[in-house]
Design a protein around this ligand. Sequence first.
Ligand code: DAH
Length: 336
Amino acid sequence: MHQYENVMNELRGRASEGDRSVMKSVELKSLFEEIKLMPADKKAAFGKAMNDFRQELESLLGEEKQEDNRPPIDVTAPWDVNTSYASRPQVTTSLEGSIHPLTAEIDRIIDIFARMGFYVLESRQIDNDYNMFEVLNFPEGHPARDDYDTFMTEEGLVAPAHTSTMQNRILSQNKHLLDEGQPIAFVVPGRVFRNEDLDATHEHTFHQVEGLYVSKGVHAGMLVATLKTYIKEYFAEDLQVKLQPFYFPFTEPSFEMAVERPEILRRDDSEEQRWLELVGCGMINPNVLKMAGIDPNVYTGFAWGFGVERMVMMRNSIEDIRHFNSGKLEFLRQFK
Ligand code: DAH
């Protein structure tokens, strides 16, 4: 008998995997042919053994078939889809869900700028050194590069640390607008990344909204007016703003715009607590215009960049930036 064990085991294996073709296989057939060739005294026992074996295969297949009858599983569902509604775990259904507060706020912000006549273009989440630094007037080795704590791959790709990475692209791709007598006016929302030590006001991943405006005769007064209009609209309140000098390689002059904190958000009456620096901005450096093929003797422009989370935290009195990505429902539900 054992000279047949190998082939029998193979057939058992196939049957237990549910392969129905074993019942009609040449191997099984030839096992039955063997019966005829058996010496008379062994014929009966071998025949019985083969019939038992056939039944064994049938039952292996039968078990498999039962498994096949089990309801299919949706591996993406948080519970077995075939359980009754009553016994499902209580999780949030899509009807109870809501738009993430950051998504909703970014929509609000770009809606304000869109109404002011700005086009909207999202920034990239993977970029290169050229757009992160080079075309923004940070030559290689420029010390200000270090201010940006930029994540980079060994191949030199960059997780952008600011939305300014889109400046050169927007300027060079839209300069035909200037020839047609129209301004280049864009806002750029996007996700940015920095190698930060995390605390209540610092995250490694956050969002910015960049703005760019280029035309003939653009001056710093227009920058201030644009940002003031936006801030008044966003906070729905006529907050005091002040402009203080700052340094960015891609603007000249450069400023920081600080907004007066509403009194309830101040920890004490110090001058420091009174102002919150919210926006980096300035007049676009002539080198940045030149690198995009725009003549800085004919055209001038302003630009800004601000962190969305900070702005949203101030408007909604949120005390910790880490809430945004925490996935905590009690936080998210407040914005429903
Ligand atoms: N990119 C700057 C930052 O992330 C913010 C900024 C400042 C953007 C001035 C601008 C600008 O466009 O003109 O710190």
